[in-house]
Design a protein around this ligand. Structure first.
Ligand code: ADP
Ligand code: ZN
Length: 728
C-alpha cells in the first residue's frame, strides 16, 4: 500500500534531472501520497519528480526545501516503480534516466485541465487561408485531443494569432478546463474470424492464460500467414473482457496502419497508438488515458512498455526476433526481455510471436520456462513458398549485373501472368563502395570507420553510421585523378536501374526506408504495392517485416551470402531469420510462391538450413555452438564501450579497466579486450570495447558496478554498458 505523508513530513523524491540519488524534501500543503508526481525546486530550477518514499531524517529540518506542488497526474503505481528499478538495475542505468523514459509525454507537468484548450468550432470561416486550413486540419484529424494554444499553433505550423483569429470567427472553440478524452470503447464481445483447429487450440491456450490472471510467457510460433495475429487478438479480447489493458508491440511504425485497421475491424474502434510518429499532444493524451484506464489497448514501439498502465493483463511482442526491439541509444534495453519482466511484475501474460523466433526465446521454450504454441500451416489455400538456390558460380553474368539469367526468366514468367515479383537486397543506396580506378582509394566517412555509400537519388554520398553526407567528388580525394571514381557493388537503387533495363515494360516500386520523406509516403507506397500497382518490387529488409502483398508470388534474393561473413556469432541466426521472413512474403494469396536465393556457396550450412526448412535442426545446431562458446542464452555477456575523440585515451582506459578486473574474476567471469568496437569510430569518436563473459548464474551486474566504480572516467571520455549486446 502506498504511504501518505502529512504536510511538512519528509519525503524522498526521484527527479528526472540532476544527480543520481533520491533527494529529501518537505511534503507540500495538504500532504502527498507515495507515487505522486510533483514539482520540486532543484537549485534555481523547478523539475518534475516522483515521491519515492520517506525522506532521510539526518538533515536540519529548517534547511529542507518543500515540494512546490502535486501535479494533476495519476500517481505512479508501485508495480511501475518496481519495474523501473529492476530495468535500471539490470541495464546499469541511473534512476533519473529511467524516470525520464517513463514520462516521455510532454505537458505532463502542465496538463490541459489547468489551461485553455482549443477544439473545432461550428462555423466555417468565410476566407480560408492556407494557414487557417492547416489549423482546421489538425483539429479534424485529432478530434479527441485537447490542444493548448501553443501546441495547436506548433502542430499546424502557424502563429498563435491565426488560431485566435479562428476563435473570433467561431471556427475554433476555446474551452476553459476540459481534459483529454478517453479512447472509444473496444467491443471485445464481437466475434473474431472462425478459427481453424490449430488456431483455435492456440487461442484457447492463450485465453486460459489470460483468464488465470497470473504471469506466464508463451512463444507463439507460426509460419508467416498462419494466423498468429488472429490468434493473439483472441487473447486481447479475453484480456479486455477481464477489464484489463493490452499492449501490442510492433517492430516497425510502417506496420501500424495495417494493424490498426485489423483491430478496428475486429473490435469496432481503433486502439491508442504510441511511437515516434505520434504527435506530442496525442502522446500526452495516450499517457494519461493509459494511466486512468481510458485506453483499453495500446499498439506501439518498444518505448510503449514504459507507459503507466493502470492494469496491464497482456503484452504481445510481434515479430519478437526483430532486432529493432533492442534500443541502441541512451538506455540500452531489450523490449522483448523487459516485456517478460514487466509481465512477471504485473501478473500479465506475455506472448512472443514470430515465424523465426530468436534463439533466446526458442531456448526458453525448450527449457520449459515459456509455453510454446505452434501454427504449422498457412491459413487457407496459401502454402509456404518453395525455395531453391541459384548457384552463381554456374551463371553467366556480365560485370555490373546482379540478376542471373535464371532469376530473370523466373521474374519474366511471373509478371507475364500478372503476378508480382520481389527483388530483395539488404543494401540501401546505389553502391556500397566508391573506388578510384586510378589509385584504388575507397571514399570513407571523415568521422567514422565506414565507407560512404552513394545515394544517386539524393545525388550524394552518405555515411550509414552517422548520417553525414557529401557531394560526389569529381576528382579522387587521394590521387586527384579526374573522372575515375566508380561505383562498386549493388544497392537497391542500382538494382532498380538493372530491373528497368531488363524489364522495360514492368512497373517498378522501390521500397527502402531512406527513399521516403515521411512515414505517410512509405505507407502510401506499401498500399500501392498491396493493391497490385507494381509488377516488380525492389526492397531492403523493410519488406521482410510482416507486410501482406497478396499478388506477390516470387522472391529473388540477390545476395543470400550477405551477412554470412564476419565473426559475429549471431550472423547465422540473423541471415536465417531475414531470408526466411523475406521468402515468406511470397505466395500469401491463392498462387503458390517460389523463393530463389542467389548464392556463391549454396552448400553453406545456413543456406542449406534455410532451404530445408528444418528449423528445429537449425536452432539445435546454433544452440550447441553458443553453448560451447558460453554466450547467451547459455552464459551472460556485457559489452563495455569506451569512446573518446582520441583513440589512445579510449584505449588507455580500456587497458586500465582490463587490468583491474578483480571484481569480475571473483564471479568467475572473463574480460576480453579492449578491442575496436564493432563500429570503431562514430561521429569523430573512437570506440573500443571490452566484452565480459560470465557464467549464467553469476551476479554480473553487481560485479560490473563494483568494477566500474573504481574507474575514473574523465573529460571527453564516455563509458557505456550494454548488457546482452546484439553482436558478439
Ligand atoms: P500471421 O500473423 O501469422 O502472419 P495473419 O494473422 O496475418 O498471419 O493471417 C494471414 C492472413 O490470413 C490474414 O489476411 C488473415 O486475416 C487471414 N486469416 C488467418 N486466419 C484466418 C481465419 N481463421 N479465418 C479467416 N481469415 C484468416
Ligand atoms: Zn560517418
Amino acid at each position: 500500500m502506498a504511504e501518505f505523508f502529512d504536510e511538512g513530513g519528509r519525503v524522498s523524491v526521484l527527479t528526472t534531472q540532476g544527480i543520481d540519488r533520491l533527494l529529501t524534501y518537505r511534503a507540500p500543503e495538504g500532504g502527498c501520497w507515495e507515487g505522486a508526481f510533483v514539482e520540486v525546486p532543484l537549485g534555481p530550477r523547478k523539475v518534475m519528480g516522483v515521491v519515492w518514499g520517506p525522506g532521510e531524517q539526518g538533515f536540519d529540518a529548517s534547511k529542507l526545501r518543500a515540494v512546490i506542488r502535486v501535479l494533476d497526474v495519476p500517481p505512479m503505481r508501485a508495480e511501475m516503480a518496481e519495474f523501473l528499478t529492476r530495468v535500471g538495475d539490470y541495464t546499469l542505468t541511473p534512476m533519473n534516466f529511467m524516470l525520464r523514459l517513463a514520462t516521455r509525454a510532454p505537458g505532463l507537468s502542465n496538463p490541459p485541465s489547468m489551461r485553455k484548450i482549443y477544439r473545432l468550432g461550428h462555423h466555417e470561416p468565410d476566407r480560408k487561408t492556407e494557414a487557417r486550413e492547416r489549423v482546421l486540419e489538425v483539429l479534424e484529424s485529432q478530434a479527441h485531443s485537447a490542444f493548448t494554444l501553443k501546441e495547436l499553433a506548433e502542430e499546424a505550423g502557424v502563429t498563435s494569432s491565426v488560431v485566435k483569429g479562428l476563435v473570433k470567427l467561431g471556427a475554433v472553440e476555446e474551452e476553459e478546463s476540459p481534459r483529454d478524452l478517453p479512447f472509444p470503447h473496444l467491443d471485445y464481445t464481437a466475434p473474431g474470424k472462425a478459427l481453424t483447429g490449430d488456431q483455435a487450440a492456440a487461442a484457447g491456450a492463450l485465453r486460459d492464460g489470460v483468464r488465470s490472471g497470473t504471469f506466464g510467457a508463451t512463444l507463439l510460433r507460426g509460419v508467416t500467414g498462419s494466423g498468429k495475429t488472429e490468434v493473439y487478438l483472441e487473447a486481447v479480447a479475453e484480456c479486455l473482457a477481464q477489464g484489463r489493458q493490452a499492449l501490442v508491440l510492433l517492430p516497425e511504425i510502417a506496420l501500424t496502419s495495417e494493424f490498426l485497421k485489423r483491430v478496428e475491424e475486429r473490435f469496432g474502434a481503433k486502439p491508442a497508438e504510441w511511437h515516434s510518429g505520434v504527435t506530442m499532444t496525442e502522446r500526452r493524451r495516450v499517457w494519461r488515458m493509459v494511466a486512468e484506464g481510458g485506453a483499453q489497448m495500446v499498439i506501439g514501439a518498444r518505448s510503449a512498455l514504459f507507459l503507466p498502465f493502470r492494469d496491464i493483463g497482456l503484452i504481445v511482442v510481434d515479430e519478437e526476433h526483430d532486432n529493432s526491439y533492442k534500443q541502441e541509444d541512451g538506455v540500452l534495453y531489450s523490449a522483448r526481455d523487459m516485456s517478460v519482466l514487466r509481465g512477471s511484475i504485473n501478473g500479465a501474460q506475455v506472448v512472443l510471436a514470430s515465424a523465426t523466433p530468436s534463439l533466446e526465446t526458442w531456448a526458453n521454450a525448450q527449457a520449459g520456462k515459456y509455453n510454446r504454441l505452434d501454427l504449422t500451416s498457412r491459413f487457407g489455400p496459401a502454402v509456404l513458398p518453395e525455395m531453391r538456390t541459384i548457384d552463381m558460380r554456374q551463371e553467366d553474368l556480365p560485370g555490373n549485373r546482379w540478376i542471373s539469367p535464371t532469376l530473370a526468366t523466373a521474374v519474366r514468367g511471373r509478371i507475364d501472368e500478372g503476378e508480382q515479383a520481389l527483388i530483395f537486397l539488404n543494401r540501401r543506396g546505389y553502391a556500397p563502395v566508391t573506388v578510384c580506378r586510378a589509385c584504388g582509394h575507397q571514399i570513407g566517412c571523415d568521422h567514422c570507420d565506414a565507407r560512404m555509400v552513394e545515394h544517386r537519388f539524393l545525388k550524394r554520398l552518405v555515411c550509414h553510421q552517422c548520417g553525414e553526407t557529401k557531394p560526389m567528388p569529381e576528382t579522387c580525394p587521394s590521387c586527384e585523378t579526374e573522372g575515375k571514381l566508380a561505383p562498386v557493388g549493388p544497392g537497391v537503387e542500382r538494382m532498380a536501374e538493372e530491373v528497368a533495363e531488363t524489364f522495360p515494360d514492368a512497373r517498378v516500386a522501390v521500397l527502402s526506408s531512406d527513399l521516403f520523406a515521411s512515414a505517410r509516403a512509405l505507407k502510401a507506397q506499401i498500399e500501392l504495392i498491396a493493391a497490385g500497382g507494381a509488377d516488380i518490387i525492389i526492397g531492403t529488409q523493410i519488406v521482410a517485416k510482416g507486410h501482406n502483398f497478396p499478388k506477390l508470388t516470387l522472391v529473388g534474393v540477390i545476395d543470400a551470402d550477405l551477412g554470412l561473413q564476419g565473426s559475429d556469432l549471431r550472423a547465422a541466426e540473423r541471415t536465417f531469420q531475414l531470408i526466411r521472413q523475406v521468402a515468406g512474403r511470397a505466395g500469401r494469396g491463392d498462387v503458390s510462391g517460389l523463393a530463389l536465393l542467389q548464392s556463391f556457396q549454396p552448400e553453406h550450412p545456413v543456406i542449406r538450413a534455410i532451404l530445408s526448412g528444418d528449423e528445429e535442426g537449425f536452432w539445435k545446431a546454433e544452440a550447441s555452438e553458443r553453448q560451447a562458446a558460453g554466450v547467451p542464452p547459455y552464459g551472460r555477456l556485457a559489452g563495455i564501450v569506451i569512446s573518446a575523440p582520441d583513440l589512445d585515451a579510449a584505449m588507455n582506459l580500456g587497458t586500465a579497466l582490463a587490468r583491474a578486473d578483480g571484481p569480475i574474476v571473483q564471479i568467475g567471469a572473463q574480460v576480453f579486450g579492449p578491442a575496436p568496437a564493432p563500429i570503431a569510430r562514430i561521429r569523430g569518436r573512437h570506440r573500443v570495447r571490452l566484452l565480459v563473459k560470465a557464467p549464467k548464474t553469476a551476479p554480473l551486474q553487481t560485479a560490473l558496478r563494483k568494477w566500474l566504480a573504481n574507474m575514473d572516467v574523465k573529460g571527453d571520455i564516455r563509458l557505456s554498458v550494454d548488457i546482452d549486446p546484439q553482436s558478439f
